[in-house]
Design a binder for this molecule. Structure first.
Ligand code: KG4
Ligand code: ZN
Length: 356
């Protein structure tokens, strides 16, 4: 006889998206509700933590209610409540964690806390066949840039991480330098398609020969100096001779394209290194799993697709709807903890740092 289905409500509030979703057996997305706060943070050019947590408080219960209604489930149909409890903005995380704990207690359901970054790796398994392991995992988001070796959805070791900015953060800062608005990633991506990527030689960070870590701050500074010139001194103050308003639209397109070539080039360089290193130590991956907001990037999607097909890897690239922060990935990953009998107490806490 087959196992009875496992239905999990997932809650996500780690940054500026308030989200809830109902997922069956870690795969079938019955509902996936995301209330984005972009419009609240736009005028500040970045996420303001206090505004984010207040908005989460206002939205979390209506969002959960909508997710349950869309999935056509009631509390009795749920097997567990899952929540992304780390990493993220602490004030934002606390709202989701408090909501999930309260519902778990009130409805008498087990609670499962999951790591938001690891959950991004589950996005490409939603509404798809389960991937084969070992897998090489890549998370590229606004807060994280990580490589992992995955022996199962929950048996994961970190291989590399950014030593300064995350790639999404670098995209957002590039957009600010170029006067393009927030969040910058999608805008830079779109403008890059019209530009000449060879117009500027921006640096692709390599770090040490065997390193699987990333660095994006040098690229950001190179872009800044290309746009504004090197800083000059007037007494104790430094100033720039020009800024983005002195550039034509075509020049901005070229800068976006050159930035995108270097940013995606740095990711691909480390992906190739990781694949070679794992193959040398007899852990040759069968699958490449990519997740996080920057997996929506058109150039990255094209390059990882080519990389996977050259090496015969099954590629798990989230659908565009699952690239950005969502709760379906939280509920989906939690299914594997449920199966392994790994539950949390109601004393579960939020944490700003990652679990790995
Ligand atoms: O995963 P996510 O929703 O939030 C975090 O957990 O950080 O990722 C958001 C990030 C932002 O930095 C945004 O600019 C970036 O993903 N992003 C993109 C694209 N779409 C979103 N970056 C580059 N190209 C895109 N098309
Ligand atoms: Zn995220």
């Amino acid at each position: 006889m087959s196992d009875p289905p496992v239905t999990i409500l997932g809650v996500e509030s780690s940054c500026d998206e308030t989200a809830a979703a109902v997922v069956r057996n870690g795969r079938a997305t019955l509902s996936n509700i995301i209330a984005t706060q972009t419009e609240l943070h736009e005028e500040y050019g970045g996420v303001v933590p206090e505004i984010a947590s207040r908005a989460h408080i206002e939205r979390i219960l209506p969002v959960i209610d909508r997710a349950m209604k869309d999935a056509q489930v009631g509390p009795d149909d749920l097997d567990a409540i899952a929540v992304g409890h780390r990493p993220g903005l602490i004030g934002s995380l606390l709202v989701g964690v408090a909501a999930a704990k309260t519902l778990a207690w009130a409805w008498g359901k087990p609670l499962i806390g999951v790591d938001h970054v690891i959950a991004h790796l589950h996005s490409g398994s939603l509404d798809a066949e389960p991937p084969e392991f070992p897998a090489l995992g890549l998370v590229v988001s606004g807060g994280h840039t990580n490589l992992f070796v995955m022996r199962s959805p929950i048996d994961i070791d970190a291989l590399g991480r950014t030593i300064d900015d995350a790639i999404g953060e670098a995209y957002d800062k590039a957009a600010t330098i170029l006067g393009l608005g927030f969040p910058g990633g999608p805008i830079v991506d779109e403008r890059a398609a019209r530009g000449d990527e060879t117009a500027h030689e921006l640096p692709i960070s390599t770090l040490d020969r065997d390193s699987l870590d990333f660095s994006f701050s040098g690229l950001k500074t190179a872009l800044l100096y290309t746009v504004r010139g090197t800083p000059k001194k007037r007494g104790k103050e430094s100033y720039y001779e020009r800024d983005h308003s002195d550039l034509s639209a075509a020049e901005i397109d070229d800068l976006c394209a050159s930035f995108q070539r270097a940013a995606v080039g740095a990711i691909m360089l480390k992906l190739r290194r990781a694949f070679e290193q794992l193959s040398e130590r007899d852990e040759a991956p069968r699958t490449l799993i990519v997740g996080g907001g920057v997996s929506a990037n058109s150039r990255l999607r094209a390059e990882v697709t080519a990389f996977a097909s050259e090496r015969g890897l099954d590629l798990r690239l989230p659908s565009m709807a699952h690239c950005l922060d969502n709760a379906a990935m939280i509920a989906g990953l939690a299914f594997h903890f449920y199966k392994a009998g790994r539950f949390d107490e109601l004393s579960l806490t939020a944490s700003a740092s990652a679990s790995f």
